[in-house]
Design a protein around this ligand. Structure first.
Ligand SMILES: [Mn+2]
Length: 410
C-alpha cells in the first residue's frame, strides 16, 4: 500500500458522497491502561483505510463543496516527544497518505467552524469501537461539537467500500499470509511432547516481529482438549505426547493481516482417530472452498458446512441425528477479513461479490476425546469463484507429517 493506493481509496469513497458535504474522520485518542501507562495506540480502522496513518488525534476532512482533502495532525510538542517518541510531521503524513494539504491542529478550529456552516450535510463516522475515537484535542467530543448540524453516520458507506478490496489490499493480505506461513514453520520447531503452548506462541510472535509484523489478534495455541474452547488464549499448558495442538493465528503487516488455523500432531504423527476427525474437517474445508463464489452468502455457506460436518459426525459415531451437529461445531464458517480480523460486513445474508475477502474455517470439537480440529484459510471472491490467499500453508496430512519428520530428523 502506498500513497497512490490511499488516494484511489479516497476517490472511490468520494463517489458515495453528496455535493456540498463535509466528511469528518478521526484517528482517535490513546486509551489509558493504568497510572501513566497507555495501551498501544491503534487508530480507528476507517481512518486508516483512507489514510494509512496510525497517529493519535489526527482528523481527516473531505469537503465535496470546496473539493478539499485536509489532514490535521496534532501540534508537535518537543517536550512530549522526549517522553513518548516523535510526533508525525506534515511531510511524513503527505508521503504515507498522498494528502497534499496537511496542517497542524492549531489551524483546525478556524477551518472547522467556517466550513461546517457552509455545507448541506456532515458525514461523521460513528463506528467507534472505542468512544475515544470521537475525541480530539484535549478531550473535545466531535459528536457534541456537531450537535445541531445536519450530521449523519457515514459508516455504512465506508463498509460498502471496505468490503470490496482494492488489489493492493489483496496483495497486502497475501504478503501477511506469506509471513504468517514462515512464522508457523518456525513456530513448529517449538512443538514437542513436554514442551509448552507458550513456547509456540512466543516463537510465532518473535518470527512475525522480525519481519515487520505484529499479531493480527491474540494467538491461540491450544493443546488437546484446550482446543475445544474456541477463544482459548491462556497458552500456558504442557504439550502432551499423542495430543493435537490447534493454532489460530495471523501476522499483520502494514495494517493488513491473515487469519489462519491449523491443527498439528504434537509428536509428529496423527493417530488413526485423529486422522479420521482431521480428514472430515479437511473434507468440509475443501467443500466450502469449492462453494465460495459470487451470489452465495456467509449464512448459506454456514448451512452447507453444518450439513457436511453433521454427516461427518454421524460417520465418526458422535451423533445419530444431523441436527445434533451443534454439539461438535458451534461457530460460523467464516467472516470478512481485512483491516480487522472480523472485518466490517453488511450482514450474514448478503450475497458475496468479487473483491470480498472471507475466511473458511470449519472445525470439530470433541471434548470427551480431547480432540479439537480447525482448519482455516482466507479466500478472495473472484468473478468465477475464489482464490486462496494463503495457498502455501500446508494442510494435507501427508505434507504435515513429512514436514514434521524432516524437522525432527535434521
Ligand atoms: Mn477466523
Amino acid at each position: 500500500m502506498n500513497s497512490t493506493t490511499y488516494r484511489q481509496l479516497r476517490d472511490r469513497f468520494k463517489t458515495t458522497l453528496q455535493d456540498n458535504e463535509l466528511v469528518v474522520l478521526m484517528s482517535g485518542t490513546g486509551i489509558r491502561k493504568s497510572a501513566d501507562a497507555q495501551y498501544p495506540f491503534h487508530a480507528n480502522r476507517n481512518f486508516v483505510y483512507l489514510t494509512g496513518i496510525e497517529e493519535p488525534e489526527a482528523i481527516l476532512m473531505m469537503n465535496t463543496k470546496t473539493d478539499e482533502e485536509i489532514l490535521f495532525l496534532r501540534d508537535i510538542d518537543p517536550f512530549m516527544e522526549k517522553w513518548v517518541g516523535r510526533f508525525m510531521t506534515k511531510e511524513q503524513a503527505q508521503e504515507i497518505s498522498g494528502i497534499e494539504d496537511v496542517r497542524y491542529f492549531v489551524d483546525f478550529e478556524e477551518y472547522f467552524e467556517k466550513n461546517i456552516e457552509q455545507v448541506d450535510t456532515i458525514g461523521l463516522d460513528l463506528d467507534h469501537d472505542s468512544p475515544s475515537d470521537l475525541f480530539y484535542g484535549s478531550g473535545v467530543n466531535m459528536q457534541e461539537e456537531l450537535e445541531g448540524f445536519p450530521v449523519y453516520d457515514v459508516f455504512p458507506k465506508l463498509v460498502e467500500c471496505r468490503t470490496v478490496k482494492h488489489e493492493d489490499e489483496i496483495e497486502a493480505i497475501k504478503h501477511a499470509a506469506v509471513v504468517t506461513n514462515t512464522a508457523i514453520e518456525n513456530m513448529l520447531k517449538e512443538m514437542k511432547p513436554n514442551g509448552n503452548e507458550q513456547d509456540m506462541a512466543a516463537r510465532f510472535l518473535y518470527e512475525g516481529q522480525k519481519r515487520n509484523g505484529s499479531l493480527m489478534f491474540d494467538t491461540i495455541v491450544a493443546g488437546g482438549a484446550n482446543a475445544t474452547v474456541l477463544h482459548y488464549i491462556e497458552n500456558n499448558q504442557k504439550l502432551q505426547d499423542g495430543d493435537l495442538v490447534l493454532v489460530d493465528l495471523g501476522i499483520c503487516v502494514n495494517h493488513y493481516g491473515a487469519d489462519i488455523s491449523r491443527t498439528f500432531p504434537i509428536n509428529g504423527q496423527f493417530t488413526q482417530r485423529q486422522k479420521e476427525v482431521y480428514s472430515e474437517v479437511l473434507n468440509t474445508f475443501k467443500y466450502i472452498n469449492d462453494s465460495v463464489k459470487p451470489g452465495i452468502s456467509i449464512l448459506e455457506l454456514n448451512n452447507l458446512a453444518k450439513v457436511s460436518l453433521g454427516e461427518a459426525c454421524i460417520r465418526l459415531g458422535l451423533i445419530d441425528d444431523i441436527k445434533d451437529v451443534d454439539q461438535y461445531y458451534y461457530h460460523s464458517i467464516g467472516h470478512s477479513l481485512g483491516l480487522d480480523t472480523h472485518d466490517v460486513w453488511l450482514d450474514r445474508e448478503a450475497p458475496l461479490v468479487p473483491g470480498n475477502v472471507i475466511t473458511n474455517e470449519p472445525g470439530l470439537y470433541i471434548a470427551e476425546e480431547g480432540i479439537g480440529v480447525r482448519l482455516e484459510t482466507d479466500l478472495l471472491v473472484t468473478k468465477d469463484g475464489n482464490d486462496d490467499l494463503a495457498p502455501q500453508i500446508l494442510i494435507e496430512i501427508n505434507d504435515i507429517e513429512k514436514l514434521l519428520y524432516s524437522m525432527n530428523n535434521q
